[in-house]
Write a protein that binds this ligand. Sequence first.
Ligand code: GTP
Ligand code: MG
Length: 323
Amino acid sequence: MENIVERMLSGDRRALARMVTLIENEVPAARRYLAELHHHAGRAHIVGVTGAPGAGKSTLVTHLVRELRRRDAKVGVVAIDPTSPFTGGAILGDRIRMMELSGDPQVFIRSMASRGNLGGLAASTRDVVRAMDAAGYNPIIIETVGTGQAEVEVMRTAQSVLVVSAPGMGDDIQAIKAGILEIADIFVVTKADKPGADQTLAELAMLLSLDSTRRLHDKSLPYWRIPVLKTAAIKDQGIPQVIDAMQQHYDYLVESGMLANRAQRQVRSEIQALVLHAVVNALKAKTTDDEWQKLVEDVTSRERDPYSVASELEERIGLRLPS
Ligand SMILES: Nc1nc2c(ncn2[C@@H]2O[C@H](COP(=O)(O)OP(=O)(O)OP(=O)(O)O)[C@@H](O)[C@H]2O)c(=O)[nH]1
Ligand SMILES: [Mg+2]
């Protein structure tokens, strides 16, 4: 069998699909393949789409992909945990619409379950994006539900983040106030065919004007004014404008040097996370559950202190010389 990496690089979709499965299952060989793929990645524009359950993210993504295909792009989509408990019946229709797109050889769509730990999801998303990027997909869109810590973590992989809200979801604005404003590069008010869209638009514009003073502090840098756009996906309205804004944001990132900056920050934290992961695994391999229990009890009862216990374990995995 020809090398899976070579097959992927020559455009074999089944090889890419298999690679994604290897990544999701955390198969050790995936790491070796990813090391090779890394040298071929770095060309794709990575776009995150996030927002409350049912805000219209998948519908928007489906229409964005169609428009990108009209513009002749080869598009990748990673949908994380698309089975939101909130929208119930909508999910199936949604998936079917996305499946229609996946009949197109220039579109690669993959859903990923948001099981496992926080860091784990962010790491596998990053690796899946790396694989799609190496395979020539550009842009790559990541859809995540909600505004929790896991999603914010996943959104770090994205270079441009679209925050989606629908009219008449008052909680949405609250969620945005609670932190998502920090990561938004573009706002999209979906379902503009419904009443209340203009009010949502006005509320967002208001929030942004309050926030803009903070962003203007460094006058030497080019300034990105966060656009607030509206779409009515079911009427196919507003979609090209969203694609244009994505492209403009990418250009801004390149011109301001932010793209390179972000890439460096990410690489640094990725390497740190890999080392940390190895340390945790080494610790697990060298300590039994009973031992852990005993150590925890000793510290809790104050017979021992956490520092000397940590020193002892560091010695055991070779991080510290015996004292
Ligand atoms: N009227 C109207 N309805 C829309 C529009 N976009 C999406 N919807 C509907 O809103 C519902 C939710 O849309 P989705 O695209 O599944 O939303 P989502 O944010 O991906 O949902 P989750 O992934 O479950 O969080 C569906 O019933 C869509 O048909 C729109 O532009 N106008
Ligand atoms: Mg969805």
